[in-house]
Write a protein that binds this ligand. Structure first.
Ligand SMILES: *[C@@H]1O[C@H](CO)[C@@H](O)[C@H](O)[C@H]1NC(C)=O
Ligand SMILES: *[C@@H]1O[C@H](CO)[C@@H](O)[C@H](O)[C@H]1NC(C)=O
Length: 163
């Protein structure tokens, strides 16, 4: 029950908080915003995310990495689609864990229905690096914050990583 309450508070934050240092994408770009909770320290989470981005080169390119923010680019193999990816990391004082925010935004104006591309850009980094099975992992988002979230196929088929 407490977890559920915490989740809804965090979700409200995901949707409306201006404290989250992520720029809101303008409506014409497909985008996905997700929040994750971990029972492991942010150092560990951010290190794994940064390492996974580098391991996925050249599909992903690390733009910058600090303790608080990681920026990356993603491009499809055919070079036709490009997305900006941003991760933020905030330690959760009460649990010694980490609250991470992720955002992927399509740079093109082509489609508002991205078939979960932006969600998969984020999710693939977490699943392949093993973070989705780390202690206390919890994912918070929905169709409003993350286009195509309900129809994403990357959970069933990791092979779509470089689509
Ligand atoms: C990332 O994409 C931006 C355009 O959004 C570009 O200006 C920048 O050079 C790219 N950085 C890398 C490391 O590919
Ligand atoms: C993509 O990221 C670059 C910096 O890496 C920024 O200048 C640009 O405005 C971003 N584009 C969108 C659509 O968010």
């Amino acid at each position: 029950m407490r977890t559920l309450l915490l989740a809804s508070v965090l979700f409200a934050g995901l949707m409306f908080s201006s404290a989250v240092p992520l720029s809101l994408p303008i409506p014409y770009h497909a985008f996905c915003r997700v929040m994750w909770l971990f029972a492991v320290p942010c150092d560990e989470v951010s290190m794994k995310v940064a390492q996974q981005i580098q391991a996925f080169y050249p599909g992903y390119k690390l733009v910058s990495a600090s303790a608080m923010i990681i920026r990356a680019n993603h491009t499809s193999l055919d070079g036709l689609q490009a997305e900006n990816i941003t991760f933020t990391f905030n330690p959760t004082v009460e649990t010694g864990g980490c609250r991470a925010g992720g955002q992927s935004v399509s740079l093109g104006f082509t489609s508002l229905l991205d078939n979960g591309l932006n969600y998969c850009n984020l999710y693939n980094l977490l699943s392949v690096s093993g973070l989705t099975s780390s202690l206390g992992f919890m994912e918070i988002t929905n169709e409003w914050a993350c286009l195509g979230y309900g129809q994403n196929t990357c959970k069933a088929s990791p092979a779509l990583i470089f689509k």
